[in-house]
Write a protein that binds this ligand. Sequence first.
Ligand SMILES: [Zn+2]
Length: 283
Amino acid sequence: MTGSNAETAAGFAVYGSDQGGPFVLVSDHAGRAVPPELGDLGVSAEERARHIGWDIGIDGVGRHLAARLPAVLIEQVYSRLVIDCNRAPGHPTSIVTVSDGTPVPANEGLTPEQIAARHDAILHPYHARITQELDARVQAGRPTVVVALHSFTPEMRGFKRPWHAGILHNHDSRLAHIMLDLLRREGLTVGDNEPYALTDTSDYTIPLHGEKRQLPHLEIEIRQDLIAEEAGQKEWAERLARLLPEAWAQFCKLYGEAGAADDASVQDNQQVAEPASVRAAGA
Ligand SMILES: [Zn+2]
């Protein structure tokens, strides 16, 4: 499945319909497209197909999951090498000049106008579409859970990552803890803020659309070798389609459907230690 030309021009693609369900799925790194005016970014096709170019396999997981839950899925269609949509505008790794050892010549020496053009063409329309989706739901008084989907490379700088998946969380860890527990009960090795920790600065999507709006949220990372092929993508979509509603039911029982974090619980979670690793390539 690929998005239409119109979707690529818009900077995002939308799949599925929620049919009354609470989940809104977002995939910041699902796409591999490069705007025609940027050519190949000066990066070979082989390099662009690596984890530095996109979150391998998460497109298939997201689309199968959107169909199964059901839910709306909003996907970024451009490569993270063009601009990383999980970074705030101006973040040092928003438009990288080197990623996991691979230079990106087209990103060298950009003028403020060139950077602003990427924000306007890619970053802002994607996040505006997510905001539109969430606004409509909140205005209608519907319970809403933001689920950010990512995948990570199995090996980074010689370290073989042992986790099948990871749950990232920061200021509101309530749904994250429930989901961690459910995934571990499947017999999986699940990272708690591994291979990356969610922070105010290293991430953009969940801080903006989940934490700031006080909407219940999850950030899920799946190891890329498990979802490189369609069979694994379907397996993970089926698993998440089963566990997400279960996690949400537990959350509602404990905290209610609105799920607004009270000040005390938010402050408690701010005392989380600084992460051992910050996001670089492959996040
Ligand atoms: Zn990602």
